[in-house]
Design a protein around this ligand. Structure first.
Ligand SMILES: [Zn+2]
Ligand SMILES: [Zn+2]
Length: 578
């Protein structure tokens, strides 16, 4: 048994011990489910109304769990009949609901008993609690959670626990969590004045301030600059569409429950677009295309709308209006390799500018078919084989840190996903290149080949940053708000020491602005120390102090996040920035 497996058993067993501890103190409590999660486990409880466990209660549960561990309780597996299960869980309405579903699906019913506690469960568990290190777990916090994730159901109390193999790993996880809380993009976004939410506008609908908008624009501009040489052209589409577009693309079935519906004065049904690809196919289809025009490359930064459940929304990470840096290439199959190479170059350059494209900081997943189940994928076998080979060839030639993952391809084509590690070691899937044989087919896209025949183009979907909202959330947390110079909404702030220096400080700011530096003047009637502290809290890359000495010598005294740069002329300062 590997340790990962053992850790799963430990975590799962701790969830049961938590249920025991909670039940002992709250006799009327009803049990939901208690699964293993990435850093530990949780258990959902329905407490009698009005009660919710305090932090002290959580400590008491934790202490009781340690006692239970010390009792060396065994976990015993038993298979039970539906009748036995109904009898055993007659006072547990949520368990009964699960039992009925399992019975309906014809699945076996199993229970695990430890001490006097019996739970409906498939395991796995430790054989005995003596296998659990009592110092490598903690009960951490509670949250509200709808039964089975559905907001139509009752709200239960979810109690979370963290558990690891050793106390050292637990301590490391705890300190990462503290750091993550300090860097939480919701907190930093407010402090840095980047975005806001309004009850009148609605949840999941972020409002970007001038500074936040500048950051968004800088991201988009960077991507556009990097891909300029690859021939992308900007297009613009409306945000609503007839439902027929998605019926044709085949997305209707998949998305219809997540759409926002728009009612106009006519009978025609409209929806807010949940994606841009089908619209882009219609720009391609608006003219006769010849092989000479291909590849045709469209790009657009535009919002899509998905009606995420209220409970799933989280700051900028999960929103209802999602801005995509979207791009689509229509090309011949033999052009796929060159196009994918271009996209890889842009992804490499973009994440290099962010300091994230290092061997140990990213990985690429080359998602290909499951050859044993070829029938799951649409499109011709021969085309799939060629596209998969082209992607792998690109990944090799570009020396990407990639791994071939069989069975992970979309049903419409193979893809390359770029996964980056942030400064807290968390992984995020950001850039992506996806080959698509299906959408051109569905929309009957064509081009005239050299021999005059009508041929089907291949479509490539590509994203560099992905959703701008999610990307910003990740970047705010990755940099802890201290953006690299090119991404900082304000790059330098000038501080006149006293009233006599205001005019010169204003001149400094104006010159810097003319030279393309995003500079601001802080001439508030606050002490110099207070003004500098405020700018440091705002993570401004350069602070420029202007007093008697600087006025006389026509210089500034500059300080970066790394330390002081001393007295510089404006020219010297500008060349430092470049
Ligand atoms: Zn269990
Ligand atoms: Zn697309």
């Amino acid at each position: 048994m590997d340790t990962g497996d053992q850790l799963t058993r430990v975590r799962h067993s701790l969830a049961h011990l938590l249920a025991i501890a909670v039940k002992e103190k709250n006799t009327g409590v009803k049990l939901g489910i208690g699964p293993v999660i990435e850093s530990g486990f949780y258990y959902d409880f329905a407490f009698s109304s009005g009660y919710s466990p305090s932090p002290d209660d959580l400590k008491r549960f934790e202490a009781r769990m340690r006692e239970l561990i010390a009792e060396h309780l065994a976990f015993t597996l038993a298979e039970v009949s539906p009748d036995e299960a109904h009898a055993q869980f007659k006072d547990e309405p949520y368990k009964l609901e699960l039992i009925n579903e399992l019975v309906e699906r014809g699945e076996k019913l199993t229970t695990y008993t430890s001490g006097s506690f019996n739970d409906l469960c498939v395991g796995p568990h430790v054989a005995n609690t003596s296998e659990i290190n009592p110092d490598a777990f903690a009960i951490t916090h509670t949250a509200g959670a709808y039964w089975r994730g559905d907001e139509k159901n009752a709200m239960l109390t979810r109690i979370y626990g963290a558990a690891f193999a050793t106390p050292k790993e637990l301590a490391e996880w705890e300190s990462l969590k503290e750091e993550a809380a300090l860097r939480d993009h919701r907190k930093l976004g407010r402090e840095l004045g980047l975005f806001a939410f309004s009850d009148l506008v609605g949840s999941g609908l972020p409002l970007f301030t001038p500074k936040g908008t500048l950051v968004r624009d800088l991201i988009v501009e960077k991507i556009q600059t990097l891909q300029k040489e690859h021939g992308y052209e900007r297009v613009t589409i409306p945000h609503i569409t007839k439902r027929e577009l998605y019926e044709t693309s085949g997305h209707w079935e998949k998305f219809k429950d997540d759409l926002f519906y728009v009612k106009g004065r006519s009978e025609t049904e409209f929806v807010m677009k949940p994606m841009n690809c089908p619209h882009h196919t219609q720009i391609y289809a608006s003219a006769q295309r010849s092989y000479k025009e291909l590849p045709i490359r469209y790009m657009e930064t535009t919002a899509v709308y998905r009606d995420e459940q209220q409970g799933e929304l989280l700051g900028l990470s999960r929103v209802r209006a999602i801005t995509q840096d979207d791009g689509h290439v229509f090309c011949r199959l033999e052009q796929v390799g060159a196009e994918v190479t271009h996209i890889i170059h842009v992804i490499k350059a973009f994440y290099t500018e962010l300091g994230m494209f290092a061997e140990d900081k990213y990985r690429v997943s080359l998602s290909v078919r499951d050859m044993a189940h070829k029938e799951k994928y649409l499109g011709e076998d021969r085309n799939w084989a060629e596209a998969e080979a082209a992607l792998e060839k690109c990944a090799k030639r570009e020396a990407l840190n990639y791994k071939r993952v069989e069975g992970e391809a979309a049903f419409y084509g193979p893809k390359l996903d770029f996964i980056f590690k942030d400064s807290l070691g968390r992984e995020w899937q950001l850039g992506t290149v996806q080959i698509d044989f299906v959408m051109p087919e569905r929309f009957g896209l064509e081009y005239t080949a050299e021999d005059g025949s009508r041929q089907r183009p291949v479509m490539i979907h590509r994203a560099i940053a992905g959703s701008l909202e999610r990307f910003m959330a990740i970047m705010i947390e990755h940099f802890g708000g201290a953006f690299p110079l090119w991404l900082a909404p304000v790059q330098a702030v000038a501080f006149p020491v006293g009233g006599a220096h205001k005019e010169y400080a204003r001149e400094v700011t104006d010159v810097l602005k003319q030279r393309g530096v995003r500079a601001e003047l802080d001439e508030r009637d606050e002490s110099l120390g207070k003004r500098i502290r405020d700018s440091k809290l705002n993570k401004i890359p350069y602070l420029l102090v202007v007093g008697d000495k600087e006025l006389a010598s026509h210089t500034i005294t500059a300080e970066s996040r790394e330390g002081t740069l001393g007295a510089l002329t404006l020219e010297e300062f500008v060349s430092t920035l470049k």
